[in-house]
Design a protein around this ligand. Sequence first.
Ligand SMILES: Cc1ncc(COP(=O)(O)O)c(C=O)c1O
Length: 411
Amino acid sequence: MQKEQILSFLNTYTDPCYIFDLDELSRRFLMLQQTLGDEITLCYAMKANPFLVAPLLHLSTKYEVCSPGEFAICEKEHIPMDRIVLSGVNKEERELKRIMKTYGSACTYTVESLHQFYLLKSLAAQSNKTISVLLRLSSGNQFGMDEHTILELLKTWNNSDFLHFQGIQYYSGTQKKNLNRQEKELMHLDDFCRQVQQETQMIVEELEYGPGFYVPYFEKEEDADDIELLKGFKKILSNMNYSGKITLEMGRYIAAYCGSYLTKVIDTKVTHDAHYCIIDGGINHINYYGQAMAMKLPHIQYYPVSAEAIPDNQENKLKNEPEESKSPVTWNICGSLCTSGDVLVKQYPQSQLAIGDYLLFERLGAYSVTEGIYLFLSRDLPQIYFYTADNGFSLVRDSLPTHNINCCTAH
Ligand SMILES: Cc1ncc(COP(=O)(O)O)c(C=O)c1O
């Protein structure tokens, strides 16, 4: 999506909105698949951005799905069930029953605890289906089970008992800055898979691993050479003794770059020498991982649409000064909420900024669209647009009021 496309889109702007560039999404997905090779299966962790579930369908991805709500989105988008890995620490019995009854043994399930193991086993038995499961190995938190528990479980496993042991799932966290962490984890997983096979005689057919690749969100961070990074990662994989299938589950690294958030400047002022810019969006809509008290500068495109409409005297004074005498103006970009915490960026350098201008916050395709504090102040949810070069912008969800949610619904 080029600047000209955004400029023409501004004519139709009514509300703060996310724009997901589906060409960029496909480009990135294909870059990943081609660099890693077809022997690697990619699994999209849909928590990163549920709006991208359907656009990724043609790219032969699997989906990691973690809640009944996420599952319902997949049903709505007609995602084939054999592409779903049903994950999460709270697998609800009622929902599992419904899924098994409706879709048989098509999904793969992760097992996060002994309780989940026995629950899945008994439900599979009740529906007389054999389901495939991945046992989640813990990285030292509430997710998954430790090595000892998994080994003991597998020693008494009977594959004919309605659960087919497919393999191991492992995810330890996001935003890993270099490959050292992944290398250490994969070496440990390699050892563990060997131990499983030696001590339990069970075959690890699949290793589903979440690498948690890093996305640089802020101006001062260096952009990684993705191809080099992925080649380095592939080399680590090829050094493993494990020879089964490898699936990489990831969200941020697939989705981040395709998303932007567009918002309009609705007020500007100078208070005690500090420049404040108020936008029609805010932290109820947008969230940058690692944005420490708004001190870091994200990638922002500036669209000065109405430079003449500046009511503020200070700004007019600045405008009339000769170019060279202007000191650079930096802004606190604040949202529309009634909290002093609603600051998106401090010290945004933009001498010309004025009411009516637009700011496009970049690299927001992952997590941000669902991580804002959406219900605070009962403001509307943002619009969601898809963009492709062939079809232009299409509104896929209009802005939605939240006041209906923030009030009693039973009288
Ligand atoms: C189990 C699991 N897999 C994959 C992911 C995706 O992680 P990332 O966005 O860092 O790729 C997450 C994120 O929380 C997760 O919990």
